[in-house]
Design a protein around this ligand. Structure first.
Ligand code: DX5
Ligand code: ZN
Length: 217
């Protein structure tokens, strides 16, 4: 598996999600940030919006659930058409059961870690997962500054993933741009979420290509 660029639709025009997705036709995935005003202090969108976009978008949908009680709500996002569903391990009550349920329903299961959450306590969970998301900002808003303190955790996550073998993707999300993506790639990330960097560019699809080449190792 090579480099994957996953633009965050949070930075796109919510009134025109279909045409915004079409502006980034070379993107590998569409990252959809679900926020519930409880796990994070912001409210965005839910399963009905993902279901609508999944019907018209060419790219598969990567749902990032920044919500309380993902055990209860995550399966609905698979049913809505998301092909990858990420829950925050800080919010999950039974992450093993939840990851298995997401996979059983047919999507990739992924665990996210906030900046201050270590990966080591969750090492034994890796065989249950298709992806680990290391947040490089505090979740809740786009356009925040990249947190360098998360780079060592990306490296440690890479080491643990390599130790376990298997095809587990390592995603970074938050403040990813032409200035920061190389450091993330060097630390071992292979899947890159970028919101404001992509959608503030004059040509978002050209920015996807530029990010991809900067991440190339
Ligand atoms: C933040 C979200 C991110 C956000 C990234 O909580 O999870 O996906 O959209 O936006 P940028 O790339 O602008 O930091
Ligand atoms: Zn996100």
């Amino acid at each position: 598996m090579g480099i994957q660029i996953t633009p965050s639709m949070l930075a796109s025009d919510f009134a025109n999600l279909e045409s915004e997705a079409a502006r980034i036709s070379s993107a590998d995935w569409l990252h959809m940030d679900v926020m519930d005003n409880h796990f994070v202090p912001n409210l965005t969108l839910g399963a009905p919006v993902i279901e609508a976009l999944a019907k018209v978008a060419k790219q598969p949908i990567d749902a990032h659930l920044m919500i309380e009680d993902p055990d209860r709500w995550a399966p609905a996002y698979v049913e809505a058409g998301a092909q990858s569903v990420t829950f925050h391990v800080e919010a999950a009550k039974a992450p093993v059961r939840l990851a298995r349920e997401i996979r059983a329903k047919g999507a990739r299961a992924s665990m996210a870690l906030k900046p201050a959450t270590p990966i080591e306590p969750y090492e034994d969970l890796l065989p249950e997962l298709d992806m680990v998301l290391v947040m490089t900002v505090e979740p809740g808003f786009g356009g925040q500054k990249f947190l360098d303190i998360c780079l060592p955790k990306i490296q440690r996550a890479r080491t643990l993933i390599d130790k376990h073998g298997g095809d587990i993707w390592l995603q970074v999300d938050g403040g990813v741009s032409l200035e920061t993506i190389e450091r993330c790639a060097e630390a071992g990330a292979d899947t890159f979420v970028a919101g404001s960097a992509v959608f503030s560019a004059d040509d978002p699809d050209a920015m996807v290509a530029e990010l991809r080449s900067h991440a190339g190792r």
